[in-house]
Design a protein around this ligand. Sequence first.
Ligand code: PHB
Length: 391
Amino acid sequence: MRTQVAIVGAGPAGMLLSHLLAAEGVESVVVETRSEEYVAGRIRAGILEQSSVDLLRSAGLADRLDREADPHRGIYLQWPEERHHLDFVDLTGRSVFVYGQTEVQKDLVAARTAAGQEVHYEVSDTAIHDVETERPSVTFTDGSGAAQRLEADVVVGCDGSFGPSRTTVPAALRRAWEKTYPYSWLGILADVAPSTDELIYAWHPDGFAMHSMRSASVSRLYLQVPHDTDVAAWSDDRIWEALAARLGHGQDGWQLTPGPVTDKSVLPMRSFVQQPMRHGRLFLAGDAAHIVPPTGAKGLNLAVADVALLAPALVALLRQDDARLADAYSETALRRVWRCTHFSWWMTTMLHSGDDPFDQQLQLSQLRWVTSSEAGATGLAENYAGLPIGF
Ligand code: PHB
């Protein structure tokens, strides 16, 4: 097989890239180890930055988003006895949208299917070759067991942190930074109307808690739990009790309404960045190059920002033989990646409690500053609502 751009990974980064390339007349083939149903069904964060929404709109991918996404002006930050609202629109003129990654993925798959995009699901043994030449390729075993070779002008790794792309960059040329946090999140989806109009991020001595949502009738909530937590140890009742305590049920008359839990899982918390994001004719985008902890919901937005930079760079390279944007891609993308890596780390370490009483006082002091000083609030708002693509 031969195509212009071989895309490894059919998650949001890979599918959005194939869409943006096709709009400019560049053809691609996507390969994916998982099934279409698995990729569509996995639960991820639910907040889109203004710039992600703008990009999806300009790419013609926002019809359902514009009907169904819930615009939020800001978030609540709280600690015992105090809850404060930060209004991003007042502070920065930008807002965020509640629209799950699952929904973005459905819209992307629908658009690519309608356009006849070639996607090979359930492939195995994916390997990337000859990226230091002008004729790279991807080999894999397809769903029917046949060995395949996909030749391309460029290969893009959108295959997450466990895919083969990341380590195709030679060890001597890549550098990685990593931080593992000493806690995880227990996340639930519940069939109950959210007990809040906008997201609540709560610091609590028992551990962080968050109230998010997916729709008017589906809530998404999280609890900080120890690293090696077994979900089986957390009955639905225990989860709702811990959420009520940490989110301040009863405080100033606020009530958390529990409901049937439809999904329960433990999420690890990790920061990871690999540079460069380009080696020869291989480019990395999204989780293949960087992982953020979920606090602040940057993962999907960073993937969208990478692809928004990469698509025009590949179009210029392949259609006009102009390599300037492609040559600048890694450095340009990494500026935003490190900004979001810092922001996610900062939100995470400000909000998750440990047993050091000194650290707890610093966290509370930081929270008071962020919620009472316009400068502090604006810094959080600017990062949360998202810096412009290309920042
Ligand atoms: C979510 O809705 O899953 C979500 C929202 C905001 C976050 C993290 C996760 O910071």
